[in-house]
Design a protein around this ligand. Structure first.
Ligand code: PMP
Ligand code: GLU
Length: 393
């Protein structure tokens, strides 16, 4: 049985692949510490679970409207206004099965074969493959650790060409943790505003997980509001990864396209999760501050520990829950006759030798860096870093 050429060309998600590998090893009895997947280790807050229970009791069992319940879309509009200074109407909102699904839907909606999508590296692993599935071609802008893994307006201007249709980035960034300031976004917006044909996909899934200045939504800069799709979801902020709720705010034509696509593919997403999402969107962000405080403490801890590993060089993440050290000083060495060429090889080495699962940087567009998730307990982090240090020495 042959699978389609389209799928043969698709790479498996590196984050998911490493997480599954770690799970398998654990099932075999190995004491693996997984710092691979980006998933809060907290339970979903009780008040959200109660909202889901109530929805079940009230008999929410049927298909929902394809773009999501109207009162959920209204709650999302309120949330966008409250947290992001963004004005959307419910017909500009589509709720999907996770932010991953929202991004996929947008690419399917806007890309024609051969259209270029500009992606700053390092990028979240799924952007390139999702663009490719929609016929798009990725054009990567490389960044440096010295520039905190951010692009400059000059780089952006140079990358935009005749075929450019879209640009996608995350701030806070998975994997680098970098957060663009308002000033930096304004400088990029100035470039975009000269190229109104370029659609900006702003992935803001880590919005609430930040350790200083709150991230700014690029769509709140007036000159680019009408060319931006703002993507968000509940997975990270509310520890609801398995509930699968993502959403977007977009120009109406794009929202309509996404909804048409969804009507043929998934229909409206899970109705119980949608009802609970209303409660989450209306909640005061202070309700989740305890998780952000814990991530902040862990960030300080892992930053201290990573500085003690010879050969690892790290920026200071301002958001999300990942470290993305440059490990190139550890590459090019040989272990049991096998060369550790890139950080994917190093991740495999650390898994075998230290029983610590991380994710190599190749799929993030940075083969010299390694992604380490610190969304786990301090005890496990301390043990994992001690193991990594020992394995590398
Ligand atoms: N964007 C980024 C940058 C992510 O790290 C993730 C992973 N959770 C997603 C989007 C997708 O999130 P979800 O589908 O769980 O909403
Ligand atoms: N986004 C998370 C990560 O980067 C979850 C896994 C995934 O969907 O890729 O680890």
């Amino acid at each position: 049985m042959q699978i389609s050429k389209r799928l043969q060309q698709l790479n498996p998600s590196a984050t998911i692949a490493m997480t599954e590998k770690a799970r398998e090893l654990k099932a075999q009895g190995k004491d693996v510490i997984s710092l691979s997947i980006g998933e809060p280790d907290f339970d979903t807050p009780d008040f959200i679970k109660q909202a889901a229970n109530k929805a079940m009791e009230e008999g929410y069992n049927s298909y929902s409207p394809v773009p999501g319940y109207l009162d959920l879309r209204e709650a999302i509009c309120e949330k966008f206004k409250r947290d992001n200074d963004l004005t959307y109407s419910p017909n500009q909102i589509v709720v999907s099965t996770g932010a991953k699904h929202s991004i996929y839907n947008v690419f399917q909606t806007i890309l024609n074969p051969g259209d270029e999508v500009i992606i700053p590296a390092p990028y979240w692993v799924s952007y390139v493959d999702m663009a490719q599935l929609a016929g798009g071609v990725s054009k990567i802008i490389n960044t440096t650790i010295e520039n905190d893994f951010k692009i400059t307006p000059e780089q952006l201007e140079k990358a935009i060409g005749e075929k450019t249709k879209a640009f996608i980035f995350s701030s806070p960034c998975n994997p680098s943790g970098s957060v663009y300031t308002r000033q930096e976004l304004e400088a990029l917006a100035e470039v975009f505003a000269k190229h109104k044909e370029v659609i900006i996909l702003s992935d803001e899934i880590y919005e609430h997980i930040c350790y200083g200045q709150r991230p700014v939504s690029i769509a709140s800069i007036e000159s680019v509001y009408d060319q931006t799709v703002t993507i968000n979801g509940l997975s990270k902020s509310f520890a609801m990864t398995g509930w699968r709720i993502g959403y977007l705010g977009a120009p109406e034509a794009i929202a309509k396209g996404v909804s048409k696509l969804q009507g043929q593919i998934t229909s409206g997403t899970n109705c119980i999760a949608q009802r609970a999402a209303i409660t989450a969107c209306k909640a005061n962000p202070k309700e989740i501050q305890f998780m952000v405080d814990a991530f902040s403490k862990r960030r300080d801890l892992v930053l201290k520990m990573v500085a003690e590993i010879p050969g690892f060089k790290c920026n200071e993440p301002k958001g999300a829950f990942y470290l993305f050290p440059d490990v190139s000083a550890c590459l090019g060495k040989t272990y049991q006759g096998v060369e550790v060429k890139d950080s994917d090889d190093l991740a495999m080495y650390l898994l075998e030798k230290a029983n610590v699962a991380t994710v190599g940087g190749v799929s993030f567009g940075s083969p010299g860096c390694l992604r380490i998730s610190y969304a786990t307990s301090e005890d496990k982090l301390i043990e994992a870093f001690a193991r990594i240090k020992a394995a590398l020495s």
